[in-house]
Write a protein that binds this ligand. Structure first.
Ligand SMILES: CC(C)(COP(=O)(O)OP(=O)(O)OC[C@H]1O[C@@H](n2cnc3c(N)ncnc32)[C@H](O)[C@@H]1OP(=O)(O)O)[C@@H](O)C(=O)NCCC(=O)NCCS
Length: 348
């Protein structure tokens, strides 16, 4: 088979190309992420039009063989002093075309471009544990850096009365979407430091050093991309400080799903159940606004037993184990050099 790997611009792509892209996504999901609700064409194109916020500029590639799209790649070029060397990458090959060298060829094509863009490390966040991706990555000598336990809350199977959004004495809850209120902004920035305690294992990605400007820039990015970010915080009444927070995103192309993101409580305020309370309030608020809500997804480090237990109490069930893997680009080039003689076709 003759393989051509080329850049892909979703905004300029013909419908037939988008359909081919979707077919790779759909078939890969059916093999690698069996628990997920089936991805529709609109879901897929919606993600192309609404890339994840906060990960930097995104670029896409497709691999074509005899006119059929057989593989794809997505690369986010992360920004900022902590992550400016990092390329967060996803490569997927249609299950029918796996083990023919396609994934390896796509990666080989990407490497010079990644170097030109100042990258020294590639990290993959969405690799199903024990799946094809893990075996492939291991073969290339990549490091396993993070164990992510995914949990989902199905509203069809859950009784929301189980949530207890009652606030412990001495705290009050404040919620907003769009923009943090000015009077809480600085302590909302500070509470993000609680996330530094969350286990990150050996990830190349570093949690950003949040600042007022960084929070405002992130809010603007969500606004521009049509993502609704909801925030619930617990305010310590005596000091007026934000003691705990939780954040959830709703993406425009998946209106009945919620993505539960970071939750953190400052160490001085732990032991009062604030994590459970802010997450309960979040779900109660979300369901009141979106009565036909279907699913909320979240991911936690597999070793973060406290957060996993809180989620289980809220009604989440474990759906899948994922891992993140990474490798230095120089080491990957050496590993790919070893397999060069086995490659098929050549990139255009
Ligand atoms: C990971 C993925 C892109 C690999 O694509 P691919 O085209 O099948 O990979 P290649 O044919 O280039 O594989 C090269 C080598 O990797 C190893 N490998 C790949 N898949 C493997 C598997 N399922 N089991 C064992 N080894 C495997 C083998 O050594 C293989 O060489 P061989 O077939 O000559 O033995 C593909 O499996 C995929 O789409 N997985 C789901 C998405 C994913 O997890 N991506 C990972 C990074 S984000």
């Amino acid at each position: 088979m003759t393989l051509v790997v080329s850049r892909f611009e979703p905004a300029a792509a013909a419908d037939a190309v988008l359909r081919g892209y979707y077919e790779v996504m759909r078939a890969s999901q059916a093999r690698d992420r069996v628990d997920e609700p089936r991805l529709t064409y609109e879901n897929c194109v919606g993600r192309l039009r609404t890339p994840f916020a906060g990960l930097g500029p995104v670029a896409h590639w497709i691999a074509t063989a005899e006119g059929e799209i057989v593989g794809l790649a997505t690369v986010y070029l992360m920004e900022g002093p902590q992550n400016g060397q990092l390329a967060v990458t996803d490569i997927q090959v249609h299950p029918r075309h796996r083990r023919k060298g396609v994934g390896t060829e796509v990666l080989r094509t990407l490497l010079p471009w990644l170097r030109e863009n100042g990258r020294t490390v590639v990290e993959y966040w969405q690799v199903t544990k024990n799946g094809d991706g893990e075996h492939w990555a291991r073969g290339l000598g990549m490091r396993t850096t993070y164990h992510n336990r995914l949990q989902a809350l199905s509203l069809a199977e859950h009784d929301p009365k189980r949530w207890r959004p009652d606030t412990p004495r001495g705290y009050r809850l404040v919620q907003w979407d769009d923009a943090a209120p000015d009077e809480l902004l600085e302590s909302y920035v500070r509470v993000h430091r609680a996330m530094r305690d969350a286990p990150h294992e050996g990830m190349a990605y570093q949690a950003p050093e949040w600042t007022v400007e960084g929070i405002r820039a992130r809010e603007a990015e969500f606004r521009e991309s049509g993502v609704r970010q909801r925030v619930v915080v617990a305010v310590h009444e005596r000091t007026g400080e934000v003691a705990g927070f939780t954040e959830l995103e709703q993406h425009p192309h998946r209106p009945r799903w919620g993505y539960q993101r970071d939750t953190g409580v400052l160490s001085a305020h732990r032991g009062h159940g604030l994590g459970y309370v802010v997450k309960s309030r979040m779900l109660t608020w979300l369901l009141a606004d979106v009565p036909d809500l279907e699913l909320v997804f979240t991911g936690s480090n597999a070793g973060n037993t406290h957060m996993l237990r809180v989620n289980a109490e809220l009604g989440y069930t474990v759906t899948r184990e994922m891992i993140a893997v990474n490798q230095d680009i120089d080491a990957l080039a050496v590993a790919l050099g070893r397999t060069e003689n086995d490659s098929i076709g050549s990139p255009s």
